[in-house]
Write a protein that binds this ligand. Structure first.
Ligand code: NAD
Length: 249
């Protein structure tokens, strides 16, 4: 019955927004950061933590080490959207979903067909030269001869358009995310530990009552949600998008 009432509320929503994180993509085979088996439970490189390895400072001072770690742990060029991405894109096509706000950098929402996606932390699919105006896709980075990809135009370093530790989030993307959350009357938060700021703090801009939180583990925001489901997001969103069945609980 509970799923049925959530499903009904989603159908009635005038402005539905989804806010997600790394857990949205684990069912596509991309590990998250903070659960067992995630990136933070694996050894770093030498004595560096993942935060240090994925920082602006590392990129500038030791680009070889940065790119070795980045290539081995953040690039999944063969990953495909899973049921969570597919349901969200279907809801957008049906005019039921306003915006996806994601902390992910993998581009899987767009690959599933979502158009209105705000990428708070950028994307591995966009890369740019630190020296000139050259831009490159992920393919070019994957095929690059050098570990530190070089600009074919000027020989400068190509870097991902990803927000590294020590860098600020794009103020325009943040502004659009705040606006989407302020106009939302139903917010689904899913697959995020909600401990990475300032991204996690954004959900405070949602002022409605209909907050559904779907995460495998408890989060610091569970008490704020009207409904909390500790389960796999692909499974839960599929059930919410399906027609009601007698098994609903
Ligand atoms: P996180 O690793 O801190 O937390 C992920 C959360 O998702 C955990 O609480 C976990 O229990 C939950 N989870 C994992 N699989 C799930 C599933 N199938 N269904 C439901 N819940 C599931 O991730 P975060 O909060 O997004 O913060 C980490 C930062 O790392 C983000 O800023 C993001 O940019 C980056 N990151 C991105 C990717 C990606 O693009 N796919 C992958 C790893 C990390």
């Amino acid at each position: 019955m509970r799923l049925e009432s959530i499903r009904r509320k989603i159908k009635e929503a005038a402005s539905l927004v989804f806010f997600g994180g790394a857990g949205t993509s684990t069912e596509s085979g991309i590990p998250d950061f903070r659960t067992a088996g995630g990136l933070y439970s694996q050894p770093g490189v030498r004595h560096y933590t993942p935060e240090e390895l994925l920082s602006r400072r590392m990129l500038e001072q030791n680009p070889e080490l940065f790119f070795e770690y980045y290539r081995n742990h953040l690039l999944y060029p063969n990953a495909k959207p899973n049921r969570a991405h597919v349901v969200l894109s279907k809801w957008e096509r049906e005019g039921r979903l306003d915006t996806v706000i994601t902390q992910n950098i993998d581009g899987l929402h767009q690959m599933a067909g979502s158009q209105r996606v705000l990428e708070l932390h950028g994307s591995v699919h966009r890369n740019y030269c630190t020296n000139c105006d050259y831009t490159a896709g992920l393919d070019e980075i994957m095929k690059a001869f050098h570990l530190v990809p070089q600009c074919p135009q000027c020989g400068g370093m190509l870097r991902p358009d990803v927000v590294l530790y020590g860098e600020a989030l794009d103020s325009d993307v943040m502004h659009q995310a705040v606006q989407a959350l302020q106009r939302a009357d139903f917010l689904i938060v899913g697959g995020t530990s909600l401990v990475v700021y300032p991204a996690a703090g954004l959900i405070d801009y949602f002022q409605g009552e209909n907050l559904l939180l779907i995460n495998r583990e408890a989060t610091p925001y569970d008490h704020r949600a009207k409904w909390v489901i500790h389960d796999m997001i692909g499974e839960v969103l599929s059930q919410l998008s399906a027609e009601p069945s007698s098994n609903d609980h």
